[in-house]
Design a protein. Structure first.
Length: 345
């Protein structure tokens, strides 16, 4: 058992999850400024081997294990997180204007099931401050920019918010993820419908093609879509020629929890991540991979809590994977364990 799981996690679990997140990131930001600490952490957790490298949509990833959006929303600790063995870090979700998100409390644990429920609501400081930090990047870690719309922006004007995010982040990130699948911004998931989604992606692709050098654009989708909606998404991705899909975001369902109905009800609305999402996320990945005959690159995310879970996602058709809840419950040793297992294959 790792030091994190044995000594650190039991202490952190005694406190409010959002308080823990803020404290942890204060530490990460402090550690990030030290070349020595970054070197020590890299030596402990990074697995370097050319066999782990993956080339996808014109980028070379040092390994296929990334950090999903949501943890380093404001690009505060990406250099330090990269030292923990991740092959890439996704920041955001970012909106053009800063917003405080939904009222507290808005982050909850179901510890027995290694699950989290959040209704954060795209809380972020806005793109301007984030850009100032990306300019000061100290390492060569690959960065993905996850973009969304402000809560106050109506859906018929949503494209302008995504365009603002795309243009502002373009010089500083390696790829983009269009987030239309969070359950915590009112009506956002309606943008997954065929016509609004096509309009949004076509506009971003138009702007991308006008650049001197294009950058990959991916679409992040919900696990709660039905097969007909998935077919539409596959058709739109193929038609618009975007670079891939991130599957999946959090779920509004509460399947797979061992808690009582009353305990679940008390937590309330929000998106659930973690172990109970694992099987559904894998199903979506497998369906997209098979339906598209492997033509659509997929970043698999959702319920990866072990090296076995990671292999399952890759075997289902994911080219890369991302951790979020698994990283919180298992710590950076999970990243190392996955990469080592991939080398053993």
């Amino acid at each position: 058992m790792s030091l994190y799981k044995m000594a650190i996690r039991p202490i952190l679990l005694q406190f409010n999850p959002e308080t823990v997140h803020k404290f942890t990131f204060k530490c990460f930001k402090l550690f990030q400024n030290s070349t020595l600490i970054r070197s020590i952490v890299s030596a402990q957790f990074k697995v370097k081997n050319s066999k782990l490298e993956r080339e996808l949509f014109g980028l070379k990833f040092p390994n296929p294990v990334g950090l999903a959006a949501g943890l380093d929303k404001n690009a505060e600790a990406f250099d330090f997180l990269g030292c923990m063995g991740f092959g890439f870090i996704e920041i955001g979700t970012l909106t053009p204007k800063g917003q405080i998100g939904n009222p507290l409390p808005r982050l909850f644990r179901f510890v027995n099931d290694k699950a989290l429920v959040n209704r954060m609501g795209f809380n972020n400081e806005g793109i301007e401050g984030v850009v100032s930090r990306l300019r000061k990047k100290k390492t060569n870690v690959l960065i993905g920019g996850n973009i969304g719309k402000n809560k106050i922006t109506p859906n018929n004007e949503a494209t302008s918010d995504y365009v603002k995010g795309f243009e502002a982040l373009f010089p500083y990130v390696d790829y983009f993820v269009v987030n239309v699948s969070s359950p915590n911004t009112p009506d956002l998931r309606e943008l997954q419908d065929k016509e609004p989604l096509k309009k949004l992606l076509n506009e971003l692709m138009r702007l991308n093609q006008a650049k001197e050098k294009t950058k990959p654009i991916l679409l992040k989708i919900a696990p709660d879509v039905n097969l007909s909606q998935l077919d539409d998404i596959i058709e739109i991705v193929t038609e618009t020629k975007i670079d891939g899909i991130v599957a999946t975001n959090t779920t509004i369902l509460r399947d797979g929890l061992s808690y009582s109905a009353e305990q679940i009800r008390k937590v309330g609305a929000g998106g659930m991540s973690g172990q109970p999402l694992r099987d559904r996320s894998t199903e979506v990945i497998r369906y997209i991979h098979e339906k598209s005959k492997g033509s659509i690159p997929i970043i698999g995310v959702g319920g990866i809590m072990s090296k076995e879970d990671a292999l399952e996602k890759l075997d289902a058709g994911a080219s890369l994977i991302q951790l979020y809840t698994g990283f919180i419950y298992e710590g950076p040793a999970l990243v190392k364990a996955i990469n080592k297992e991939l080398l053993r294959r």
